[in-house]
Design a protein around this ligand. Sequence first.
Ligand code: NDP
Length: 283
Amino acid sequence: MAIVLSGRKFAKVVRLSLKKRVGQLEGPPPGLTVIMVGDDPASKVYVGAKERACKKVGFNSNVISLPLETSEEELLELVDSLNEDVSVHGILVQLPLPDHISVHRIASSVLPEKDVDGFHPVNVGKLWRGEEGLFPCTPSGIVALLKHHKIQMVGRNALIVGRSNIVGKPMAALLLRENCTVTIAHSRTTDLKELCAKADILVVAVGIAEMIKSDWVKSGSVVIDVGMNTDAHGKLVGDVDYEDVFDSCSAITPVPGGVGPLTIAFLLENTLKARVSALFGNR
Ligand code: NDP
């Protein structure tokens, strides 16, 4: 019987703490600007949720919606102007971007000190070098959730399934910083089931509904499900078969209510961090 690692409950704790820290700040509140290009329905939902979350903790939030035809140059000019704007502490360019805009070029154009997504090469470098910086929100939230539940990480075998720049790779770097022994698996991994069976901490970020079954996971392991998929009935499910795996592991995140709520909470944490750094002239 597993402990349910509720991201929803932990995100509430994080938001209360953020609200308190924002109340103690001198000067203007943290300001987050989100840029959205096009009108992808899922992006609209995420951007709306980010805006509401900002308001709840006393941040200034601004959403700039641009038409799908916006050129890369126009977007770069906008990012430049936000880089210059002292009232903007965090800049987030909502993904996905249309095909004619390079995600890498845009990510590199945001000032590293305002890069609350943690996608700028400077922040990626700092993450791997073990320095302070702004790091991707989903994996940061996962590490904080593990710490909140006092789950031992030092010396444990962690397997991350998925190697995206948003989740898999930064997750590996953060768990390495916590002194886990880290393995990363991906679509070309040939012995995934065997690797899963050795993992004390299993983080799955693949995007395939309920692919991880109970006979894959090590007994007593900690299972973190990042996946967000819709099943044949339109229900939101993770990459892990929750019902099947529940009795085999010692702790597990549900979907929904697991990792999802942590991503926005740690976007707010990053924005506050960026605001505090600006205050101390670290920019
Ligand atoms: P990507 O599509 O960018 O990456 C998926 C990764 O999974 C790739 O590295 C891919 O390998 C690997 N993969 C695909 N098929 C297999 C397989 N059969 N076996 C092993 N590995 C495989 O996805 P993201 O990282 O962006 O997202 C992953 C999931 O997490 C999605 O469901 C997404 O919706 C969700 N998500 C949830 C968030 C949240 O807040 N809860 C935040 C971000 C994402 P390869 O590199 O070889 O192609």
